[in-house]
Every structure is written in C-alpha cells, then in structure tokens.
Design a protein around this ligand. Structure first.
Ligand code: C5J
Length: 220
C-alpha cells in the first residue's frame, strides 16, 4: 500500500477508492460584490489559493480519479433556505437578494457559479448544497457509494465552515478524509490554522492534513 506523507501520521492511500472533493470555490465567496464580501470579508485570501486548487484538480484528472465539486446555493423560491440562515450575520446582501452578480447564492445565478479557472469538466459531479455540509440534503452519500469511494481528499473554502463541516459529516459516515493545506482557505488565517489543528488532533480524530506536493506525489 502506498502512503502519502501527512499529519498526524502518513495516510494509507487506496487510489481505486479515492476522490477529490472541491468545496464551494464559487464567485460569491471569492469576488468583490459577492456574498463573502457582503459580510465584510477580505476575499483576496480566497483567490490566492486558486492556482493550488487548480493544480490539485489537474493532478486528480491526470490520475483518472474522480473530482467532485460542491456549490452552496438555494432554490430560487428559497424553499430550502431556513429563515435562521437567511437572517444570520447582518450582511449588506442577504441570500436571495439581487446583487451585482445576480441573486446571492441562488442556483443558476452568475455569482453562484464556480470560478471559471476551476470549472467542472464533462463527467464530473456537481453537488448543489443548501447547508454548510455537503452530505446534508444532497445525493453525495449515494454518489460516493455507487463509485465505491471510501477516501476523500478535500480542498476549497472556507476551511472552518463548509470544508470542516463536510469533513466531519464524512468522518462520521466512515470515510477517511485528507485535507490539502495549500488548497483550502479561510477569511481568517487563525481559523484556518485552528481548523487544521482540530482535524488532525487526537490521532486524526476528524482526518489527516497534508501538503499539496506530497498528495500529488502519492497519486498513481
Ligand atoms: C460559508 C462556506 N462560509 N462555503 N460558506 O458561508 O464555507
């Protein structure tokens, strides 16, 4: 069995059972005028990881391993948006409002799209998720089961919100989870560092973390 150099110990790789999950690399979280910026965040932190996310995606594609993308978004009639989520945070733009890139975090709107550099290609699954976790109210679990996937490598944003929530959901469902440190980001560097530390604490209680070059080196 090949191993990927990781923390808190090397990750035992089973390439036939591995997929990459890229969380919410959407314009609304990365561009001025989007939802992330409306909450007062510095979105340039997010755009800085795009080259590494792209490199990771291309590595998985070259190895013939599945790449799954997620998008945080809601139905146009907001029937999957709990008022508690819409009302939270006092943003200048709420989910569903008309903004500079269309209706904020609504499926099909320009701002909800994945960044063009990281766009899914034909055959790649795109999971539209109304929650922070990618398993809640989606078909992700069934899709992974059908593909025989048991190991997930994670990239995307934000580290401590949608990425960590999805890793915890996956961990509870029995998946072995590995987070790529350079391909994830937070609006708050201290939250990214804390999430990474929490994930791999206590003997990988949620999962492993690794550097991008070590992950790419380990792929078949
Ligand atoms: C947030 C996300 N932070 N994708 N969404 O609201 O992490």
């Amino acid at each position: 069995m090949s191993m990927i150099k990781a923390e808190p110990f090397d990750f035992p790789l089973r390439p036939a059972e591995m997929a990459l999950v890229v969380i919410d690399m959407q314009r609304d979280f990365a561009e001025a005028g989007g939802f992330g910026a409306s909450l007062g965040n510095d979105v340039s932190r997010i755009t800085r990881i795009v080259p590494d996310v792209k490199r990771l995606i291309e590595g998985f594609r070259a190895a013939g391993l599945p790449v799954i993308h997620t998008m945080e978004c809601h139905r146009p009639d907001l029937s999957d948006l709990p008022p508690a989520k819409r009302d939270r945070g006092n943003p200048s733009l709420r989910i569903g409002d008309e903004g500079p890139m269309g209706r904020v975090l609504i499926a099909g709107e320009p701002g909800t799209a994945i960044l063009p550099e990281l766009a899914p290609i034909a055959g790649e699954e795109v999971i539209e998720k109304p929650g922070k976790g990618a398993f809640y109210a989606t078909a992700l679990g069934e899709i992974l089961k059908e593909k025989g996937i048991t190991q997930l490598v994670f990239a995307g944003v934000t580290t401590e919100v949608c990425v960590q929530t999805t890793m915890r959901e996956a961990n509870d469902r029995g998946y072995e989870c590995l987070l790529c440190e350079e391909a994830t980001e937070s609006y708050f560097p201290e939250f990214k560092a804390a999430a990474i530390a929490m994930i791999r604490a206590q003997g990988a209680i949620v999962g492993w973390t690794a550097h991008i070059d070590d992950i790419l080196k380990g792929l078949p």
